[in-house]
Write a protein that binds this ligand. Structure first.
Ligand code: NAP
Length: 221
């Protein structure tokens, strides 16, 4: 697929490398340092290129938005219309207003800032260093990327990309059902914790039956 990246830093750059490595075409954008972006494109390979955020949107069937919370208004303005694009939002709400009001998830809040986009949120719960080191694990050790969104087809597309990136997708539901995958790290949430598929499925079971989620799993490696 063609993937546009807005914000190719630790998380966005990592996703770009993982998806580029899996054979997807990548267009990187939104750096203050054009040379750094060009170098990253060169490192990813011949199917990676650089452009403006608007060009990344135009190029991408899927657009990854991975910028600091404080930069999101600027990034969205530069991106332009996201109508019809499948979006993967990796952001966490650490930063200045605008912030989601009490009771609204950041995912729901951000989706409403991207009218017409086929919005999903993922890749936001684990540190960039951990994501870089854990990508590509196989079998039971494969690491979960939690996923939410209100568009089922967009989530199917993103789940396949999550697999291509070397993880396994676990869908928690819609943008208003996803507070457990949002910051901050806290008891009763999955944000900030490594999950593997069996334990993530146990979380979904608990949610379905209205029970507290099981204790956070701990893995040997
Ligand atoms: N880091 C993590 O462990 C982690 C984990 C999960 C989720 N997240 C979330 O994912 C999003 C991206 O995080 P990240 O750690 O990948 O960020 P990052 O490494 O700082 O990358 C931010 C990207 O935005 C670009 N950018 C353009 N203008 C900027 C400006 N004025 N100030 C700062 N950056 C600017 C940066 O480009 P240049 O620096 O090249 O200019 C870079 O490409 C955040 O919302 C974060 O909360 C982060």
């Amino acid at each position: 697929m063609n993937i546009g990246i807005i914000g190719a830093g630790r998380i966005g750059g990592g996703i770009a490398g993982q998806l580029g490595g899996a054979g997807h075409a990548i267009r990187l954008s939104f750096s203050r340092d054009a040379e750094k972006l060009a170098q990253l494109a060169q490192d990813i390979g011949p199917r990676a290129s650089v452009g403006t955020p608007a060009e990344a949107v135009q190029f991408g069937e899927v657009v990854v938005i991975s910028v600091p919370w404080s930069e999101l208004p600027n990034a969205l303005e530069q991106a332009g219309a996201l109508e019809g694009k499948t979006v993967i939002d990796t952001t966490n709400q650490f930063g200045p207003p605008p912030l989601p009001p009490e009771g609204e998830t950041a995912a729901h809040f951000n989706a409403s800032r991207m009218p017409g986009a086929r919005y999903t949120k993922s890749f936001n719960t684990l540190t960039s260093a951990f994501q870089a080191s854990a990508a590509g694990r196989e079998g039971e050790r494969r690491v979960v990327q939690w996923l939410c969104g209100d568009d089922q087809e967009a989530k199917r597309i993103v789940a396949r990309l999550i697999d291509d990136a070397g993880f396994v997708a676990v869908d928690v539901g819609g943008t208003m059902d996803c507070s457990l995958m949002e910051a901050p790290r806290r008891p009763g949430a999955v944000y900030g914790e490594e999950y593997r598929l069996a334990d993530a499925q146990a979380v979904l079971e608990s949610l379905r039956s209205g029970q507290p989620i099981p204790p956070t799993p701990r893995y040997e490696e």
